[in-house]
Design a protein around this ligand. Structure first.
Ligand code: MN
Length: 144
């Protein structure tokens, strides 16, 4: 497909899917795979949309994310910091770094670029959660 027109953050021929197949807690997130990986470009380019008050899964993994916010505002945990994010902001998630995205009072939509060949996300253990909660800003933010 050479051209997929977009209206209101929905692309022709791109299905709106559940964010994950039941792995890990999340709330109100959809996944849209805009570009599938290919031999010539072994990366997937996805659009995720988090509904107001929704959140992605708190997780970490060896692969990285490069994120560009397209709509809305929200906050993102990356490592031990919570960042206020908004339209056109960039967010880089390094390897093995805890991360979670939460929407504000409007849908938060962002592009996320990942390698096709990637490891499975790890969920936090009770010890990990305790360590994350040592920082008050992180404790208030995370949803598990
Ligand atoms: Mn991730």
């Amino acid at each position: 497909m050479t051209h997929r027109p977009c209206r209101d953050f929905r692309w022709d021929g791109v299905p709106v899917r559940a964010y994950k197949d039941g792995e890990g807690p999340y709330r109100g997130v959809t996944r849209h795979t805009l570009f599938e990986a290919s031999g010539a470009l072994p990366a997937e380019w996805r659009y995720f949309e988090v509904e107001p008050a929704g959140h992605t899964t708190l997780e970490r993994h060896a692969h990285v994310h490069n994120v560009l916010v397209l709509r809305g505002t929200g906050r993102a945990l990356v490592g031990d910091r919570v960042h206020a994010i908004g339209r056109n902001d960039l967010v880089h998630v390094p390897p093995m770094t805890w991360h979670q995205f939460r929407a504000g009072d409007a849908p938060l939509g962002f592009l996320c670029l990942v390698a096709d060949d990637r490891d499975r996300p790890q969920l936090p253990t009770p010890d990990d959660i305790e360590a994350l909660r040592a920082l008050p800003a992180v404790a208030d933010f995370i949803r598990t």
